[in-house]
Design a protein around this ligand. Structure first.
Ligand SMILES: *Cc1c(COP(=O)(O)O)cnc(C)c1O
Length: 456
């Protein structure tokens, strides 16, 4: 078999600014050891996120020029609506400026004190919006998903037994909705099977609880279903996506992920009363319902991107390019979440740096070292992001200490990826000398974005 090549040619390029190790020592110190505080021009390979960092296609750029900027009822909105509707079959489609805006609207209307939102794993902004609205988020990931080195096909599945038990315990009337994240971003980019979605949806129906999908990476999830779940091998990604959404009453989406757009998102649902409430709040916070915080040209880019992301040549390359990093890490025994997920490699910092306790943030320390070694920027998904304090101010650590290296869509080539693997392996060789961090500044919600650290 031939090498799976990038299914695109490069039309426009952006220079990378190189730095020396000496320069990076200063850059990291000045950024208080927080990758979010490093200037983008000081990063060589930027794997902070796959969000909004995609390379748009020539068709999308053509769409940008075609964008209809009419305040109300623009052509671009109708093209956007038609595309989203063809995939999701949802009745009400509401554009927003990004995923968290959809979450803010949805959870401030449905949430509040005494309410519980159940998920396989809530993404950080999702959880923050739920908590900000006064409600509580509950993650019920399947057992396989909690074991980083275990190889299983659908480690993003929700624990169905725990889901039903939780609905009974908390009372269906206190659960405004259940939301399943596909793929499970915070849990390793692992996919959710169609049978799990279907079963979760049936449980929700039984108790009359609406079932939503956090659809940010729906196409990557559908590709895994096609590869790994019986009965889907001959279906198109479009057909699989249609089936996936058919089990849901609504969804939230960040178009910065599986729509190749630099900005955008949407909220979709079948319930008219809820949709009207969402639209009213949208008008106050985002904009008129036919643009929702976006320019007409953005709606155009999203509509085109949503079709491109379901192309199989693209998804095959996409999923393989992530797995390729995993193969290189396996060769020297670098610990990471197995198998590799859809959009990122998640290094297991707990196993990588066993001498650093959670209270000294091993994931954050590993992020710092990857930057020092080769200017590679990743993000901690561990105690910095999800840790809490108990009543005595003692740290309650996150269940896993991970470093996510998210691969922007259609941006880096194989040699960039080879370089990233070399950097990880160099750091791995000198892992025993790496030290932990302490926090010197933090905010109560989403502290990872702005926290400042000191090396111990
Ligand atoms: C990125 C993301 C969001 C939030 O979307 P934004 O566009 O960044 O606001 C929500 N859920 C998941 C799973 C995500 O990956």
């Amino acid at each position: 078999m031939h090498t799976i090549i990038e299914p695109f040619k490069i039309k426009s390029v952006e220079p990378i600014h190189f730095t020396t190790k000496e320069q990076r020592i200063n850059i990291l110190r000045e950024a208080f050891y927080n990758p979010f505080l490093i200037k983008a021009r000081d990063v060589i390979i930027d794997l902070l996120t796959d969000s909004g960092t995609s390379a748009m296609s020539s068709e999308q750029w053509a769409g940008i020029m075609r964008g209809d900027e009419s305040y109300a009822g623009s052509d671009s909105f109708f093209r956007f609506e038609e595309t989203v509707s063809s995939i999701t079959h949802m009745k009400y489609i509401i554009p927003t400026h990004q995923g968290r805006a959809s979450e803010k609207i949805l959870f401030s209307i449905t949430g509040g004190k005494g309410k519980y939102f159940i998920s396989n794993t809530l993404f950080d902004t999702t959880r923050a919006n739920i908590e900000f609205a006064g409600a509580e988020g509950i993650d019920l990931l399947c057992d396989e998903g909690k074991q980083p080195s275990l190889i299983a096909p659908f480690k993003g599945n929700i624990n169905l037994i725990a889901l039903e038990k939780c609905i009974q315990e908390k009372g269906a009337e206190n659960i405004p909705l259940v939301i399943i994240t596909v793929t499970n971003n915070s849990g390793g980019g692992q996919p959710v099977s169609m049978s799990n979605i279907k079963a979760a949806s049936e449980i929700c129906k039984k108790y009359n609880v609406p079932f939503f999908i956090d659809a940010c990476r729906f196409a990557e999830n559908c590709y895994f279903i096609k590869q790994r779940e019986k009965g889907f091998e001959n279906k198109s990604i479009f057909e699989i996506a249609q089936e996936l959404f058919s089990y849901a009453d609504g969804c939230t989406m960040s178009a910065k992920k599986d729509a190749f757009a630099n900005i955008g998102g949407f909220l979709a649902m079948n319930d008219e009363t809820l949709a009207m409430k969402c639209r009213n709040l949208l008008i106050i916070t985002e904009g008129f319902p036919t643009y929702g915080g976006l320019a007409g040209r953005d709606l155009e880019a999203i509509a085109i991107g949503l079709k491109e992301v379901m192309e199989e040549d693209y998804l095959k390359y996409r999923i393989r390019s992530i797995e390729y990093i995993g193969d290189k890490l396996d060769a020297v025994g670098v610990p990471y979440i197995k198998p590799t997920g859809g959009h990122a490699v998640y290094l297991d910092a707990k196993a990588f740096l066993p001498h650093i306790p959670s209270t000294e943030y091993p994931g954050q320390a590993l992020c710092g070292e990857l930057f020092l070694e080769g200017g590679v920027r990743g993000v901690e998904i561990g105690t910095v992001m999800f840790g809490k304090y108990d009543a005595d101010g003692k740290t309650i650590p996150a269940p896993m200490e991970l470093v996510r290296l998210a691969i922007p869509r259609r941006v880096y080539t194989q040699s960039h990826i080879d370089y990233v693997a070399e950097v990880i392996i160099e750091v791995f060789k000198r892992r025993e000398k790496i030290k932990g961090y302490k926090i010197i500044y933090e905010t109560p919600l989403l502290r990872h974005f702005t926290a400042r650290f000191e090396q111990l």
